[in-house]
Design a protein around this ligand. Sequence first.
Ligand SMILES: Nc1ncnc2c1ncn2[C@@H]1O[C@H](COP(=O)(O)OP(=O)(O)OP(=O)(O)O)[C@@H](O)[C@H]1O
Ligand SMILES: [Mg+2]
Length: 255
Amino acid sequence: MRIISILSGKGGVGKTTVTANIGVALTMLGKSVTIIDANITTPHLGINFGIFNYPITLNDVLKGKVNSVVDAMYFHDTGLRIIPSALNVEELYGVDVMDLEKVVQKVPMSDFVLIDSAPGIGREAIAAIQAAQELLYVTNPNIAAVTDIVKVSEVAKRLGKKQLGIVINSVKRKMHELTIDEIEEFTGLPVLAMIPYDNAIEKALSLGKTVVEYNPYSNASVEFMKLAAKLAGEEYKPPKVAFIHKLKNYFASMI
Ligand SMILES: Nc1ncnc2c1ncn2[C@@H]1O[C@H](COP(=O)(O)OP(=O)(O)OP(=O)(O)O)[C@@H](O)[C@H]1O
Ligand SMILES: [Mg+2]
C-alpha cells in the first residue's frame, strides 16, 4: 500500500484537482485507490465529486464517533473510495488532526492511498506529511508558489519523507511562467508532470465530475493519465482517437 500526500506551500494551486483526477485515473488503470480529504478546515475533495453532504465523514472518525474508517468511505462509480471531510464548521470541534496517521493506517488494503492536504506548513499539512510515506508537490509556474514548495520540502526532509517530485499545474505556456528547468533547479526536485490550464476542469467541476471522467481526451486529462501511469510504474497508452478529440478540444478551449 503506497500512501502519498499531495502538498503545496501556496493555496489554490490545484492539490484537490490533482488528487481527485489521479485518484480516478489510477482506478481506471485497475488500481485500488482510496482518497482522503485531510484539508479538514476547508475541505473540497467531496465537492469535486458533486456531493456536499456526506452523512459520516473523516471528522467523525477523528472524533472517535464511529468505530471504523470504513463507515466514512464512499464508493465512486469508478470504484474509487473517497473519505471526505465535513463542510460544517461545528464538525471541527473535538477533532485532532494529528490523529490522521492512525486513521490512515486503518484504511482497508488499497494499492494507493492519496491524501489531499491543506496548503502550507500548519498543523493540518504537518499531519498529512506525517501520515504519508511519499510526498507529491503541486505548484503553479510562478515564483510565489515555487518558493513555498521549498519551505514545505524543508519540513518534509526533516520528517524523513520520500519526495516524489512536483506537478506543475495550470500551465499556460506564457513567457513569464517559470520553466521546468528553473523549477527543478530552484527546488532540487524532479518535475513529474505539467498539467495545462484547461477550461474543461472548471466545466467538469460544475458538474461534480473529475475532468478525466468528463472528457478523457482533454489536454489536462491526458496529462493526468500520464502522471497516473508514471506513479503506477506503467507505460502510458494514449487514447486511440486522440487526434479528433484534440481538434475538438482546441475549439472547445476557445469557448
Ligand atoms: N489545470 C487547471 N486548469 C484550469 N483550472 C484549474 C486547473 N487546476 C485547478 N483548477 C481550478 O483552480 C481552482 C483551485 O484548484 P484546487 O481546489 O484543486 O486547488 P487546491 O490547491 O486544492 O486549493 P486549496 O489550497 O484551497 O486546497 C479550482 O476551481 C479548480 O477547478
Ligand atoms: Mg484543496
